[in-house]
Write a protein of this length. Structure first.
Length: 712
C-alpha cells in the first residue's frame, strides 16, 4: 500500500470517528425539512466525491441516498464484503454536513449470484423465468434469494447500524414496479394456496364462497387452484383474480417485514422506510407501510400536471396515518431511460413540484438525481449536474430552494395536515375494477374529488376502509365497488351521527369475494343511499360495425358517446356533461337532484340525495366533468357545516399545515399567468418576509408560504 493511500485512509477513518463522536443521532423527522439528492458516486472517479460534496453543501443539500442499486459494489464476490469505498464516500459527505440514507440494494442481485442461482428470478404469467441484466424481476418468496439478501443486509447493518452519519435505511426500491407478480410453481403457488387454506379453512368453503360451480371451475383438491397465470384471451374467474392481487400485494409487505427485522436487530436510532412508485394498483400502500417507521414514495409528474402528484402525497400521508413522509425520488428535469419521455421543464417548475410535496405533508425531498448517468439504462434522467460534471439550470433552482428551506423549513417541519374531509380509498375496489385487464378511472375520480375540495381551501385526508370515520364531517367514497358488511355498518353509523357521505357510480356492486351482490344494487349501500340501481351502461359510442362486419343500418338506434345531466332543483341549477359510466337510479327514500337528459333513459334520475339519521347521502350515478365536483364540494360543505377557506383559482394548488396554534398556508401557481386569491385576515410571507394583503397575487410558476400575523 502506498504512503499516499495509507494517508488517505487514515484521514477518512478520522473523519468517520469525528462524525460518529460529534453528530447527534437523527430521527426520521428532524427539526428541519430534509433536503437532498439521490447520489451514485460509484459511477465516477473516487476523487470526484469531494467536488460533489462541496457543490451539494453550497446548494443546501442536507441528505443523500446511496446504494439503492449496487449490491455488487459492497459484495463483489460471494461472501466477500467491501465497504471501504463507501466508508470514504460517507465520511466525505458527513464532513460537509451531509447525512446519508442507505439502500439495501436487494432488487439488483450481483452477476455472480445470478450465475450461481438463476432460479432466484421471477416467473411470469406465461411460465417463463426472467433473467439477470436489469433491475428487479426476482422472486420475493425464493428462500435462496432471501438467504443472500439476509446476509447482505445484515452485513450492511452491522457495519453502518450505529454510524450517526447514516440516518436511515431504504429497503429495496419501488416494490410493485419490478415484476413482483411471480408465478413460481415451487414457492409462490404453494404459498398462495396456503394463504387460501388459512383464509377459508376447508376447500368446500372456498368453493361455496367463490361459487366455483359456475362455468365448471369447482376444485376437488387445493393443488388444482392456479395463481392467475395466463389463459390466452380468457381471464380467470373474478374471485380468484382479486385474491391473487391481494396475494401479490401481501408479498411486498412480507418482503419488507423480512428485511426490516434484520435492520432492527443491527441498527440504532436510524429509521427504516421504503419508496413506492406513484399511485397505482400495485401494492396496498396502507398495508405496505406497516413494517416500516414510515412509508415514502417517488414522484415523477409530467409537465402540465399538478393534480396527480398532489393526490399522491395525500395518499402517502394517509398510508402513514396522517404522519409526514419523505419523497425519495423527486423529478429534477429531463425524464426518460433511452430517450426523452416528457418535455423539458420550464424554469421554476421543478422546485414547485417539490414545494407541493412539502405543502401536502412531506418532511423531506430528495431529487433524482445528482448527476446525469453516462451509462446504465437511465441516461435521459436529468440531474442537477450534467454529463460533464458541471451544474446546470436545475442546480441553481434547487440551490435557491435549499436556501429558502434553510431559513424557514424548521418553522413547519413536522406540522400536521388538518382535515374534515376524507376520501375513502379501497384497494379491493381498485383491483376488482381492473380484473381481466378492464380499465376504469378509479384513481382519476379520487384526484378530481381531491382537487374539488382543495379549490375551496380545504385539506383532504385519504383513508383506508378500516379507518376511524368519526373525526370527519364528510366522507367521499368514489366507486366503492367492493363492500363488506362491517364497512357498510360503519358508514351507516357515520351518516346517522350527522356525517355527509358521497357515493358514486358502480358502488356496492361486489362482495368481498368479488362476486356480484345477490340483492338490488347498490347492495349493502342501498338502504343508506335510499335508491336502487335499476340498470347501468357505459357512455361511449358502440362499434361502427356489427358483429358480422356490416355497418349499422340507417336509422338504427345507437347509444350516444356521452350524456348530460340536468338539474331538478332550483337551488342547484344547470347541466353537466356525463361520460364513461351511468347508473340509472330508482329513488326509494331519496330526492332527485339531477336527471339524464339524453337517450332512451332521458328523465331517469342521475344524482340523488337521501337523509339517514342526522346525516345525508349523495349518490352520483355517472362520472361527470370536473365542474360538477367543484359545485358538489361547495354544497356538501354547507350540508356538513364545514367552513371553507379561500377560493383557489384554476392552476393553483393549496394546502394547509398546522403546528400548535400556527397555520401555514401554501399557494403554488403552476400556470404561466398571474393568479389572484382573496383571503381573510392578516398574513406574513415566510419566503419574502413581507406582510400579505387580503388580495394575494401569485406570479407565474411561484410559491407563497403564509403564516398568520398573530402567530408569526
Amino acid at each position: 500500500m502506498s504512503a499516499a493511500l495509507r494517508a488517505g485512509l487514515c484521514i477518512c477513518t478520522l473523519l468517520i470517528t469525528l462524525c460518529n463522536a460529534t453528530t447527534a443521532a437523527p430521527r426520521p423527522h428532524s427539526a428541519a425539512i430534509e433536503f437532498g439528492v439521490d447520489y451514485y458516486p460509484e459511477d465516477w472517479p473516487a476523487e470526484r466525491v469531494s467536488v460533489d460534496a462541496r457543490l451539494m453543501q453550497q446548494a443546501g443539500i442536507r441528505i443523500v441516498r446511496l446504494l439503492d442499486t449496487n449490491w455488487e459494489r459492497t459484495e463483489p464476490e460471494d461472501g466477500h464484503f467491501d465497504f471501504s469505498w463507501l466508508d470514504r464516500v460517507i465520511a466525505t459527505l458527513n464532513y460537509h454536513g451531509i447525512r446519508v440514507i442507505l439502500g439495501t440494494s436487494s432488487y439488483v442481485p450481483p452477476a455472480w449470484l445470478a450465475q450461481k442461482h438463476p432460479e432466484i428470478y421471477a416467473v411470469n404469467a406465461e411460465g417463463v423465468r426472467y433473467r439477470w441484466g436489469g433491475m428487479g424481476w426476482v422472486c420475493l418468496n425464493n428462500p435462496i434469494y432471501r438467504k443472500y439478501v439476509a446476509r447482505h443486509v445484515a452485513a450492511l447493518a452491522t457495519h453502518y447500524g450505529h454510524n450517526s452519519g447514516v440516518i436511515g435505511w431504504q429497503i429495496d426500491n419501488e416494490l410493485g414496479t419490478w415484476g413482483y407478480r411471480c408465478y413460481d410453481m415451487k414457492y409462490c403457488v404453494p404459498k398462495f394456496r396456503e394463504r387460501l387454506k388459512a383464509k377459508f379453512g376447508a376447500l368446500n368453503e372456498l368453493n361455496r364462497r367463490w361459487v366455483t360451480a359456475s362455468y365448471g371451475h369447482r376444485y376437488s383438491a387445493w393443488s388444482q387452484i392456479p395463481l392467475n397465470w395466463k389463459l390466452g384471451s380468457e381471464a380467470h374467474q373474478a374471485p380468484l383474480e382479486l385474491e391473487a392481487q391481494r396475494f401479490f400485494s401481501s408479498n411486498i409487505t412480507d418482503f419488507l417485514m423480512f428485511q426490516a427485522r434484520i435492520l432492527h436487530q443491527h441498527t440504532k436510532d436510524q429509521f427504516i422506510t421504503h419508496n413506492m412508485s406513484g399511485p397505482s394498483r400495485d401494492g396496498n400502500w396502507f398495508q405496505v407501510a406497516k413494517p416500516l417507521d414510515f412509508l415514502s414514495y417517488d414522484n415523477y409528474p409530467t409537465v402540465g400536471t399538478f393534480i396527480p402528484p398532489g393526490f399522491g402525497a395525500d395518499l402517502m400521508r394517509g398510508a402513514n396515518h396522517g404522519g409526514s413522509f419523505l419523497v425519495m425520488e423527486e423529478r429534477s428535469g429531463y425524464m426518460g431511460p433511452y430517450t426523452l419521455t416528457d418535455t423539458l421543464t420550464p424554469p421554476g417548475l421543478v422546485p414547485l413540484w417539490g414545494w407541493q410535496q412539502l405543502a401536502h405533508g412531506a418532511d423531506g425531498i430528495l431529487f433524482f438525481r445528482w448527476r446525469m448517468s453516462a451509462a446504465g439504462s437511465e441516461q435521459y434522467w436529468q440531474g442537477l449536474i450534467d454529463y460533464d460534471g458541471n451544474p446546470n439550470r436545475i442546480y441553481y433552482e434547487i440551490a435557491k430552494m435549499g436556501k429558502q428551506l434553510g431559513r424557514v423549513g424548521e418553522r413547519f417541519a413536522g406540522a400536521r395536515s388538518p382535515a374534515h374531509i376524507a376520501l375513502l380509498f379501497s384497494y379491493d375496489s381498485l383491483w376488482a375494477l381492473h380484473v381481466g385487464g378492464a380499465k376504469f378511472p378509479y384513481i382519476g375520480q379520487m384526484e378530481v374529488f381531491d382537487r374539488a375540495f382543495r379549490r375551496h381551501g380545504l385539506n383532504v385526508d385519504v383513508i383506508d376502509p378500516g379507518s376511524d370515520l368519526g373525526k370527519y364531517r364528510v366522507v367521499v367514497a368514489p366507486t366503492l365497488h367492493v363492500v363488506s358488511r362491517n364497512l357498510a355498518a360503519r358508514l351507516g353509523h357515520f351518516v346517522a351521527s350527522g356525517g355527509v357521505l358521497v357515493l358514486t357510480a358502480r358502488s356496492g356492486y361486489k362482495t368481498m369475494d368479488n362476486l356480484g351482490v345477490q340483492q338490488p344494487l347498490p347492495g349493502l349501500l342501498g338502504k343508506l343511499a335510499g335508491i336502487r340501481v335499476s340498470a347501468f351502461t357505459i357512455l361511449q359510442q358502440l362499434h361502427s360495425h356489427s358483429l358480422l362486419g356490416f355497418p349499422p343500418e340507417a336509422g338504427t338506434v345507437l347509444n350516444s358517446s356521452g350524456n348530460v345531466i340536468s338539474s331538478e332543483r332550483a337551488e342547484w341549477p344547470g347541466q353537466y356533461v356525463a361520460h364513461i359510466w351511468a347508473d340509472l337510479l330508482q329513488p326509494e327514500n331519496a330526492s332527485v337532484l339531477f336527471r339524464y337528459a339524453k337517450d332512451f333513459y332521458a328523465g331517469r334520475p342521475a344524482v340523488t340525495l337521501s337523509k339517514f339519521g342526522r346525516g345525508k347521502v349523495v349518490y352520483v350515478g355517472a362520472l361527470l366533468e370536473p365542474r360538477f365536483y367543484l359545485d358538489l364540494a361547495a354544497r356538501v360543505c354547507r350540508w356538513a357545516d364545514v367552513r371553507t377557506g379561500p377560493e383557489i383559482p384554476e392552476g393553483v394548488d393549496y394546502a394547509v399545515r398546522r403546528r400548535g396554534d400556527r397555520e401555514f398556508r401554501f399557494f403554488i401557481n403552476f400556470t404561466s399567468e398571474p393568479r389572484r386569491v382573496r383571503q381573510i385576515g392578516e398574513w406574513h410571507d415566510l419566503l419574502t418576509g413581507e406582510a400579505v394583503p387580503s388580495s394575494l397575487v401569485l406570479p407565474p410558476l411561484s410559491v407563497r408560504v403564509l403564516l398568520d400575523q398573530e402567530n408569526r
